[in-house]
Design a protein around this ligand. Structure first.
Ligand SMILES: Nc1ncnc2c1ncn2[C@@H]1O[C@H](COP(=O)(O)OP(=O)(O)OP(=O)(O)O)[C@@H](O)[C@H]1O
Ligand SMILES: [Mg+2]
Length: 335
């Protein structure tokens, strides 16, 4: 299954002083078409297509091994696809790679830094690769590393190292920035600091592709998200559009404790409760998706009482992208 919405407001027809001019739709910043990548017997990317529009943050969200890094490394020109095409700024990634690379900034899943160069020297070195590099001082300010200008990589915290890696991706004032799990391994405060920097980039009109397996990150940062699983896009939309797929206004999660002699209500029974849109068995809990929270809750408590079981760790939450992933795949994103 693949769900996607095209935005009809992009491109098309412009009306000027009563006259109608037809103009070409603005090219996508990135257009990926039927991409396939295999490593021996493993198909990492299985016929994947999407496009990224100017000025948006586009997220590839999926579990370990879904094919996110393989996909973006092909867009970066680091890997070659087995089939399919990738255009960046309307140029072919295989034939016009050099023309593209000066306009793209890349943060790899892990960045190797030179241990003998300070933060400032590292930025200066990367800048020297480009004819029009941004001033080091400006980059340091953008990623809030001014105080660490003279520090060596090994003396930086994880969050500071990630911010340096991001600054390296921004050296050439890119129009497109590609970030592979920019916040993995960071504490909540450092994650938020990086989110701020990424959101400021979007405000300047930079298009961003990021990969993540953090649902909250995708939900907060991304204008559109492609959920990737086993090398395929299984759903693509805005965060709100994806959550609307559930058709539910709340999720009710709980554990059932069954005393000896009692029988636990099964999934089919809870699915029959009023308002319930869907029900799933998680690792150690049941999750109900409901359109009518109160009637469902009341009926659930009655059902438990009638069956002689108790409900523990009862939680009510607004549906999230995690719920969407579970609905589409039957699995949790992080096993
Ligand atoms: N160089 C390689 N040689 C062989 N197999 C590879 C190679 N790189 C990736 N793979 C396999 O391809 C699949 C997709 O890997 P990829 O790194 O693209 O996933 P990912 O979505 O980025 O995962 P993660 O969230 O763990 O970073 C996995 O099954 C992985 O083991
Ligand atoms: Mg990866």
């Amino acid at each position: 299954m693949r769900i996607s919405h095209e935005n009809p407001s992009v491109g098309g027809v412009a009306r000027v002083s009563g006259a109608t001019l037809t103009r070409a739709a603005p090219p996508s910043v990135v257009r990926v078409d039927h991409l396939v990548k295999r490593y021996g017997a493993t198909t990492a990317v299985a016929d994947l297509s999407f496009s990224v529009r100017p000025g948006e943050i586009f997220g590839l969200l999926g579990p370990n091994g879904a094919g996110k890094t393989s996909t973006i490394e092909i867009i970066e020109g680091i890997r070659t696809p087995d089939s399919g095409t990738v255009e960046v700024f309307g140029l072919d990634i295989q034939r016009q790679r050099r023309a593209i690379q000066g306009r793209v900034g890349v943060q790899l899943q892990s960045t190797t830094l030179f241990p003998e160069l300070t933060v400032q020297e590292t930025l200066g070195l990367f800048g020297s690769f480009y004819p029009h590099a941004r001033p080091v001082r400006e980059l340091l300010r953008e990623v809030a590393l001014e105080e660490k200008a003279h520090a060596f990589p090994q003396d930086l915290s994880g969050g500071q190292r990630q911010r340096l890696a991001l600054a390296l991706a921004l050296v050439n004032e890119p129009e497109l920035v590609i970030l592979d799990e920019p916040t993995t391994g960071l504490d909540p405060q450092s994650r938020r600091a990086l989110w701020d920097i990424i959101q400021q980039l979007r405000q300047r009109g930079v298009a961003i592709i990021l990969t993540t397996h953090f649902m909250d990150e995708a939900q907060i940062l991304c204008d559109r998200i492609a959920i990737v699983d086993h090398g395929q896009i299984i759903a693509e939309d805005t965060p709100a559009g994806l959550i609307a797929l559930l058709g539910a206004s709340a999720a009710i999660a709980f554990q059932v404790v069954v005393p000896t002699g009692a029988t636990a209500p099964d999934l089919a029974m809870v699915r029959q409760l009023p308002g319930v849109e869907d029900a799933r068995a998680g690792l150690d809990q049941l999750i109900l998706y409901t359109r009518q929270t109160e009637p469902t809750l009341i009926a659930l408590l009655h059902l438990a009482e009638h069956a002689g079981v108790t409900l523990e760790h009862l939680q009510l939450h607004t549906p999230t992208l995690e719920d969407v992933f579970i609905k589409l795949t039957g699995r949790q994103l992080r096993s």
